[in-house]
Design a protein around this ligand. Structure first.
Ligand code: KIV
Length: 289
């Protein structure tokens, strides 16, 4: 473990003190570095990389090797934030053994501190097996994008009493399986509040209201790098898409007009060397070289 790394005990103590836990996704070195400088506690190398970095329509296509590449980049960049490797679709669906094998890859090859996996049901024995192998696990219930088709689309979960009870029992079961924290995604505020109260481990909400122990947002969403309609829970703290497009447009205009590069962006050479160089050129022309 890197010196100064946020420990799971410190994380649990934060819940105890009512101190909010801040998590954001990270996929590359500049993003991870800025997040650490901003004092973010947890960096999730999320499978949302499939959509916001790799250009896919959903999180499903991202592979273990792609996730490991991104996780390695984030892990080598930061010291204090806990780095969570998000197990992609298919990497924990076959068997407990396969899930453990892939979780071990996240730690050994990706440098992740912990892993996250979606769902309850079969994910309960996967989580327990990974924890038994010595790797801490973050759970994720509510809207679980990897199984979006089975859930009937990107919809709020737990809106009926029966479904809310189910979510609560799934969260409790994940805690019993050994998860050190649980993400609650797109869950009504009172349901998330009840789950947060019932669990001893911290909950991290995304679209789950203010009473969760912490919050997570996707880096590209909160910085306004994604555009157009966003889920209700997204707050854009910047409009980087606009700023980046404007900078790139100005650059293109200046290259085309010759305004860039200006003298201050160029390198000079000593006058005497330049004279020699120019004289050599004249000689070459005279020799027909
Ligand atoms: O992959 C991801 O970014 C996530 C968050 C939305 C919680 O799972």
């Amino acid at each position: 473990m890197k010196p100064g790394k946020l420990t799971l005990t410190q994380l649990a103590d934060m819940k105890g003190r009512g101190e909010k836990i801040v998590m954001v996704t990270a996929y590359d070195a500049p993003g991870a570095r800025l997040a650490e400088q901003a004092g973010i506690d947890i960096l999730l190398v999320g499978d949302t990389a499939a959509m916001v970095v790799l250009g896919h329509e959903s999180t499903v296509p991202v592979t273990m090797d792609e996730m490991l590449f991104l996780t390695r980049t984030v892990a080598r960049t930061v010291e204090r934030p806990l780095v969570v490797g998000d197990m992609p679709f298919g990497s924990f669906s076959v068997s407990d053994e396969d899930a453990v094998r892939n979780a071990v890859r996240f730690v050994k090859e990706g440098g992740a501190d912990v892993v996250k996996l979606e769902g309850a049901g079969p994910s309960l024995s996967r989580a327990a097996a990974i924890v038994a192998a010595g790797i801490p696990v973050m759970g994720h219930v509510g809207l679980t994008p990897q199984t979006e088709t089975m859930l009937g689309g990107f919809k709020t979960q737990g809106r009926t009493a029966a479904k809310a009870r189910r979510l609560l029992s799934d969260a409790l079961a994940l805690e019993a399986a050994g998860c050190f924290s649980i993400v609650l995604e797109a869950v009504p505020t009172p349901v998330a509040a009840r789950i947060t109260e019932a669990l001893t481990v911290p909950t991290i909400g995304i679209g789950a209201g203010p009473e969760c122990d912490g919050q997570v947002l996707v880096y590209h969403d909160l910085l306004g790098l994604t555009e157009g309609r966003a889920p209700r829970f997204v707050k854009r703290y910047a409009n980087l898409a606009r700023d980046i497009r404007s900078a790139l447009t100005t650059y293109a205009d200046e290259v085309r007009s010759g305004a860039y590069p200006a003298t201050e962006h160029t390198y000079a050479m000593p006058e005497d060397e330049l004279e020699l160089f120019s004289a050599e050129r004249v000689e070459q022309v005279h020799r027909g070289g």
